[in-house]
Write a protein that binds this ligand. Structure first.
Ligand code: PNS
Length: 165
């Protein structure tokens, strides 16, 4: 059985992430979406909240499982028997950021990283930009699942959504 892990902060999960999950899950028998913590990033949602949003968003995909992890991603991969790590790439900056991590992870345990290019129409979507735009009153509907939109509005202290076009 082929098993891959798609790790990330997912703070919160976006439609760009979901596109990568869907396409990566077609390449492996099972895909584990694993939410971890990037210590260099500030967070809006707790680990439990991020996990809940992922579970809601991935429901209905029989070969996608959602898990949380702490510690090294390579140790988590070994624990669950995953052969590969999947990462989405939006462009050159993502590649520059991801390449040393892929090489470090290969060095540590030999686990390979598979890069999946983001669908072009979603290439500008990131959790960071979604949070920034939403916090300043912009419309992020269509960029995140409905349930995530509701949680963003609640967390940012607004009701009735963002005021977009
Ligand atoms: O959404 P992000 O910030 O790209 O997610 C990064 C994450 C959580 C996947 C990455 O920071 C990670 O793998 N952290 C676990 C700790 C680890 O293994 N660090 C060494 C990576 S070479």
């Amino acid at each position: 059985m082929t098993l891959a892990v798609c790790p990330g902060s997912f703070d919160p999960v976006t439609n760009g992430h979901l596109d990568i999950f869907r396409r990566a899950s077609a390449l492996f028998d099972e895909l584990v979406v694993a939410t971890g913590t990037n210590v260099s990033k500030s967070r809006l949602f707790s680990p439990d909240e991020r996990l809940e949003m992922l579970e809601e968003a991935c429901a209905g995909h029989p070969n996608i499982k959602v898990m949380g992890f702490t510690g090294l991603i390579v140790d988590f991969c070994r624990e669950i028997g995953a052969q590969a790590i999947v990462k989405g790439l939006r462009g050159g900056n993502d590649y520059e950021y991801e390449l040393p991590m892929a090489q470090m992870n290969a060095h540590l345990t030999g686990v390979e990283t598979v890069f999946v290019p983001t669908t072009a129409s979603l290439g500008y979507v990131s959790s960071s930009l979604v949070k920034e735009v939403a916090s300043l009153g912009g419309d992020v509907s269509g960029l995140v699942p409905e349930a995530v939109l509701a949680r963003l509005e609640e967390r940012l202290g607004r009701s009735g959504g963002t005021h977009g076009a």
